[in-house]
Design a protein around this ligand. Structure first.
Ligand code: 5GP
Length: 199
């Protein structure tokens, strides 16, 4: 658990998008940003190696385990967790800056991190993205071709555990069809913008 400091949010909302690897969170978030360009998507830090085509500061901040540790010790993470043998964390300062400035923020993080942030920030909303079935999940993870057999098995094991926590989420999106799933997510997020007090 990272530090329990109060975060000033103004009128903005923090949407935590979580769910198993392969459920299509990444694609869904890209589509969401295309449709709702005024949300800001947090860039996480990780100790995992970049995949081909991934860019520093855009996909992730790629850190060594030692660099990650220093940031943990300095309290720079809003949350951090070990996921499939690598460390991942949400940097606190950029998120707080946006929330304080009235900008809605999206976190795309694993359920352990999601729970930490949800406890820390009252007005955060937990959104769970689900693949239609475990077979489909495995097909999607394998079709990326980025993981070895062992890594695929680890990801599927984690997914099984993650599916059991679905009940704690504020909103569940079934990602069987990207267009329909995006529509649902956009409607949900927009329903909160409507709550903002006019300037
Ligand atoms: P990937 O290695 O496929 O990019 O991500 C693996 C998992 O780590 C995904 O479930 C993703 O949501 C999660 N993840 C990415 N960034 C963070 C983060 O900052 N914190 C936590 N707790 N999980 C993260």
């Amino acid at each position: 658990m990272a530090g329990a400091r109060q975060t000033h949010m103004g009128d903005s909302h923090l949407f935590i998008i979580s769910g198993p690897s392969g459920a299509g969170k990444g694609t869904l978030v890209s589509e969401l940003v295309r449709r709702v360009p005024d949300v800001w998507v947090s860039v996480s830090a990780t100790t995992r190696a970049p995949r081909p085509g991934e860019k520093e500061g855009i996909d992730y901040f790629f850190l060594t385990p030692a660099e990650f540790d220093v940031r943990v010790r300095h309290g720079e993470f809003l949350e951090h967790a070990m996921v499939h043998g690598n460390r991942y964390g949400t940097l606190r300062a950029p998120v707080e800056r946006r929330l304080g400035g009235g900008v809605d923020v999206i976190l795309e993080i694993d359920p352990q991190g999601a729970e930490q942030v949800h406890k820390l920030i009252d007005r955060s909303k937990l959104i769970f993205v689900k693949a239609p079935s475990t077979d489909e999940l495995e097909r999607r993870i394998r079709s990326r071709g980025a993981e070895s057999d062992d890594q695929v098995r680890t990801r599927l094991k984690t997914a099984e555990r993650e599916l059991r926590v679905e009940g704690m989420y504020d909103f569940v999106v079934l990602n069987d069809d990207i267009k329909r799933a995006t529509d649902e997510l956009v409607d949900y997020i927009r329903s909160f913008s409507a709550e903002k007090t006019p300037e």
